[in-house]
Design a protein around this ligand. Structure first.
Ligand code: PMP
Length: 308
C-alpha cells in the first residue's frame, strides 16, 4: 500500500517535517529488527477525528517495549498526548497511526542494551487493508507453509518489528499463490492468526477465536469483536482451532486495525459456509463499524477524540 505523505512526524518530542524524519543507515534496528510498534486508526466523526482505543494501543506498545527491554524517555500518557497532537497538526479527519520505538544510532552489534530508545509517531491516510470489496464479499485465505513463531523463538505477544518477517514471508507466499491472506499455524498445528489479523470462526450462534496461549497477538480489534459478539447475544469462546475447523465453520472472519473486520470466504480453496459474508459476521462487523464512528453509545469510550 503506497504511503501518502502528510506534514509532520513526531520524533522524540519534536514535530519534524515529513521529509526530515530520517535515520542513519547504520541504525541497529534496521539491521537486527529490534524495535516495537503499533498500528492504530483514527476515524472521522462529527466531533472531529476519534482514535480507536488509543490508550489500549499505547499500553500494548509499552508492554511490547518491556519484552524487548526498550526504555523510552516518555510515559504512556505522554505518548497518548503526542499521538493526538500528531493527528491534530496533520489536519486529517481519518488516518492510520504508526508509533514506533527503535534504537538510536551509535552502537552496532547484537546487544541492544547500550542503545538509546527513540520514539516516532507518523500518521497518513489509509484505506481498507484487504480492499474495499473484501469488507462485503470476503477474502480468500490459504494456510501458510511458513510456521508461526512461538514463545520459545520470538515472543508473539509483543509487536516487535523483527517478528514481522514471519508474517511477511507468509503474506508473500499467499499473494504469489493468488490468495489475499495467509493463515499461520503454530508448531503444534493450531491455527494462530492471519499475517496481520486475528481470526474467528462462527458455528451456529457460537463465535470462537484461538486463545492467547496458542501464540497470537492480543488484538484490540479481537477484543472489541469479542465484546460486541457477547453484547449481541452470541456465545464467545477462546478455544484452539485446527485447520479443518476453518473448513467446517459456518462463517469465519479476520480482525485487525488495518483490515478492520473482514469475512473469510474461502480457506485453502474450500468455501467457508456459503462462501461470502455470513449473517453473524455482518452483525459484528456493522456494530464494530458504528463503534469506530462513535455511533454506539455503549462503546463511546473506545474512540478517543483528538480535539483539545
Ligand atoms: N495479529 C497480528 C500478527 C497483527 O499484526 C495484528 C495487527 N496489529 C493483529 C493480529 C490485530 O491486532 P489489532 O486488532 O490490535 O490491530
Amino acid at each position: 500500500m503506497p504511503i501518502t505523505p502528510t506534514k509532520k512526524i513526531w520524533m522524540n518530542g519534536e514535530l519534524v517535517d515529513w521529509d526530515d524524519a530520517t535515520i542513519h543507515i547504520l541504525n541497529p534496528t534496521l539491521h537486527y529488527g529490534w524495535g516495537v510498534f503499533e498500528g492504530i486508526r483514527a476515524y472521522a466523526t462529527p466531533e472531529g477525528p476519534a482514535i480507536f482505543r488509543l490508550t489500549d494501543h499505547i499500553r500494548r506498545l509499552f508492554r511490547s517495549a518491556k519484552i524487548y527491554l526498550l526504555e523510552p524517555d516518555f510515559t504512556v500518557e505522554e505518548i497518548i498526548a503526542a499521538t493526538k497532537e500528531t493527528v491534530r497538526v496533520n489536519e486529517l479527519d481519518a488516518c492510520y497511526i504508526r508509533p514506533l520505538m527503535y534504537l538510536g544510532y551509535g552502537e552496532m552489534g547484537l546487544n541492544p542494551l547500550p542503545s538509546r530508545t527513540h520514539v516516532a509517531i507518523a500518521v497518513w491516510p489509509w484505506g481498507a487493508y484487504l480492499g474495499d470489496e473484501a469488507i462485503a464479499a470476503g477474502c480468500r485465505a490459504i494456510t501458510s507453509n511458513w510456521q508461526h513463531i512461538d514463545q520459545n523463538s520470538i515472543p508473539p505477544t509483543g509487536k516487535g518489528t523483527g517478528q514481522y518477517v514471519n508474517s511477511s514471508l507468509a503474506k508473500v507466499m499467499a499473494l504469489k499463490a493468488g490468495y489475499d491472506e495467509a493463515i499461520l499455524l503454530n508448531p503444534a498445528g493450531k491455527v494462530v492468526q492471519g499475517s496481520g489479523e486475528n481470526i474467528f470462526v462462527v458455528q451456529g450462534r457460537t463465535v470462537v477465536t484461538p486463545p492467547i496461549q496458542d501464540g497470537l497477538l492480543e488484538g484490540i480489534t479481537r477484543d472489541s469483536a469479542m465484546q460486541i459478539a457477547r453484547d449481541l447475544g452470541y456465545e464467545v469462546l477462546e478455544r484452539s482451532l485446527v485447520r479443518t475447523d476453518l473448513y467446517h465453520a459456518d462463517e469465519a472472519f479476520f480482525t485487525g486495525t488495518a483490515a478492520e473486520i473482514v469475512p473469510i470466504a474461502e480457506v485453502d480453496d474450500r468455501k467457508v459456509g456459503a462462501g461470502g459474508r455470513g449473517p453473524v459476521t455482518k452483525d459484528i462487523q456493522s456494530t464494530f463499524h458504528r463503534a469506530t464512528l462513535r455511533e454506539e453509545s455503549r462503546y463511546k469510550d473506545w474512540a478517543e477524540l483528538t480535539r483539545e
